[in-house]
Write a protein that binds this ligand. Structure first.
Ligand code: F6R
Length: 361
């Protein structure tokens, strides 16, 4: 059932263009946004996004989208903190829970805390029969199919896609997105399966780079804007399956501490599409290179042309409009983790100490 792949994780990474195409057919048919009628953002005064692990990083990306498309204040929290902090909630608020399994104990407890306290509870889940899906007002399935690899891959990008369509709906409901902008964002989302196929062709060059990364003790990931949470996700993916210590940072935070870690043995993976903030990220990257850090720059043709001098390695991704770059750049982040783990010979699908579904806190 691995369909010729060595690991479920490899298969699930490769499936993403098809998974996203399926979700797009459902949520973004040619006729426009297809979201439940009851999912109405017009009178919502704030959104809380709550999840654990990789699903939390999907929430962290979505915060940028909801804020920029719909101008709604957004709070994000890991479920284990949210539930015990007992945060004050607004009667006009919406809480969105993101979970692949729909059974994560902390996320479920956070949902139960919100019942009766907010206007709407919404779940973005892969398992439509799960506890979280059953207990919310509105459940939106991500339709990624069964995910077997413990490290979440296709569920992450499918969560992002559903959250992106929700954020566009929020922008439309609140008159913050005009027709042409909305159409343009929809077109970008619809182009993702094709762009992801191009990104998957980086498999072989990434496998080669991974031979070097596998020697490292520590690896840093940097990103800005919506690419910052993707840096966190890249670091999580790498540490959970290769057991190499990895951290993600917002590029601008580098000089506030983490730059002390840089020397010639530390690979620094910079995820930087050629966008509004590209120059800022490049200047952070140059600070790393001045301290002899090994920079791997993932960017597009324009970005590489402008900034590849002095980098250790480069990965060229297709161009994509800024807000949705994290969905595309998830592919090289996942492949880097996957091939580094394979090079180290770890158990990719069943990493030590981890369970697919965390039903105890
Ligand atoms: C990371 C990973 C975990 C899960 C987390 C939440 O690759 O798989 O961090 O994302 O345990 O699980 P769900 O989404 O099932 O609530």
């Amino acid at each position: 059932e691995k369909a010729g792949y060595k690991h479920f994780m490899g298969k699930e990474i490769a499936e993403q263009p098809v998974v996203l195409a399926d979700a797009l057919r459902h949520y973004l048919p040619q006729t426009g946004l297809n979201m439940p009628e009851e999912l109405d953002f017009s009178n919502i005064d704030r959104i809380s996004l709550v999840a654990c692990g990789t699903a939390f990083y999907a929430c962290s990306v979505a915060k940028y989208w909801f804020e920029s498309f719909a101008r709604i204040p957004v709070e994000i929290d890991v479920a284990s903190e949210f539930r015990y902090r007992e945060p004050p909630l607004s009667e006009r608020g919406m809480t969105i829970f993101v979970s692949q399994s729909g059974e994560t104990a902390d996320t479920l407890a956070a949902l139960r805390y919100c019942h009766e306290k907010v206007a709407k509870t919404v779940a973005v889940v892969n398992v439509p029969t799960s506890s979280i899906a059953r207990e919310v007002d509105i459940a939106l399935p991500i339709m990624a199919g069964v995910e077997i690899g413990v490290a979440s891959t296709k569920a992450f990008t499918a969560q992002l896609l559903v959250l992106a369509v929700m954020a566009l709906k929020a922008g439309r409901d609140r008159d913050q997105l005009d027709g042409p902008d909305l159409a343009c964002h929809c077109d970008t989302l619809r182009s993702l399966p094709g762009l992801m196929n191009t990104a998957l062709a980086l498999d072989a060059p990434i496998a080669e780079l991974a031979e070097h990364l596998a020697e490292a003790q520590d690896i840093l990931f940097l990103g800005r804007g919506p690419m910052y949470p993707l840096a966190l996700e890249g670091a999580l993916k790498l540490k959970e399956i290769s057991y190499i210590h990895a951290e993600g940072y917002a590029s601008g935070e580098l000089k506030h501490g983490p730059i002390a870690l840089i020397d010639r043995t530390v690979p620094v993976i910079v995820m930087a599409p050629f966008d509004r903030l590209f120059d800022k990220t490049v200047s952070n990257m140059q600070e790393v290179m001045a301290r002899h850090g090994m920079v791997l720059l993932a960017s597009d043709a324009k970005g590489l042309k402008a900034a590849q001098d002095g980098t250790w390695a480069q990965l060229q991704l297709p161009e994509i409009a800024e807000p949705f770059a994290p969905i595309l750049y998830a592919v090289p982040a996942q492949l880097l983790a996957y091939h580094t783990a394979v090079a180290k010979g770890t158990d990719v699908d069943q990493p030590r100490n981890l369970a697919k579904s965390v039903t105890v806190e």
